[in-house]
Write a protein that binds this ligand. Structure first.
Ligand code: GRF
Length: 186
């Protein structure tokens, strides 16, 4: 049985948002951290805290075959909400349909601006004075689902993509847990 308060977090890399989601969990329990990269740093951190982890390299595996295996794992843990946190892999339409309305993602821009990659460099190049992050529902179209919440940060005149990323990331770590704590009660 799917329980909305049983959360799986999907990561591919350092997992700083995953850590924030674990540390600021109030209304949900993180029951699984899963990754398409077995060497993802976030997995070690989760393991050390006694959270179950699962990983399977996605390179060379057909997208839907991969997603079916992932989905079976999630079903087996009674997961009801999936939080993508730096999961650098586009999920299949099949997966989105299976978990319709139950997958969230954090994106480092003020959507609908700058879907996709290199958001900070693009915001600076455009001369924007404000950037930020968005938590949204995952749909078939990349970074295009309903936005559940956003946080703004200023862009300074001497910002590089790296300095802006650091400032946006700090905002992500506040926003994502806040939205997820609300979302699981719906
Ligand atoms: C974050 O910038 C997030 O917005 C984007 O990927 C990055 C993940 O960073 N989707 P981390 O692995 O959570 O540190």
């Amino acid at each position: 049985m799917r329980d909305p308060k049983r959360v799986a977090i999907l990561v591919s890399g350092r997992g700083s948002n995953m850590r924030a989601l674990v540390e600021q969990a109030k209304n949900y329990e993180v029951v699984l951290v899963a990754s398409n990269k077995p060497q993802a740093a976030g997995l070690e951190w989760a393991k050390e805290r006694g959270i179950e982890t699962w990983s399977l390299e996605s390179n060379g595996v057909d997208r839907e075959t991969y997603d079916r295996r992932l989905s079976t794992t999630l079903e087996g843990r009674g997961v009801g909400t999936i939080a993508l946190a730096g999961f650098m892999r586009i999920v299949s339409p099949w997966f989105v349909e299976q978990w319709a309305g139950r997958i969230l993602n954090i994106h480092p821009s003020l959507l609908p601006k700058y879907r996709g990659l290199d958001t900070h460099a693009r915001a600076i190049a455009a001369g924007d004075t404000v950037s930020g992050c968005s938590v949204h529902v995952v749909t078939e179209e990349l970074d295009a689902g309903l936005v559940l919440g956003q946080a703004e940060v200023p862009i300074r005149s001497d910002d590089t993509p790296e300095t802006l990323e650091t400032r946006v990331l700090a905002a992500e770590h506040q926003l994502y847990p806040k939205i997820l704590n609300e979302f699981v009660l719906r």
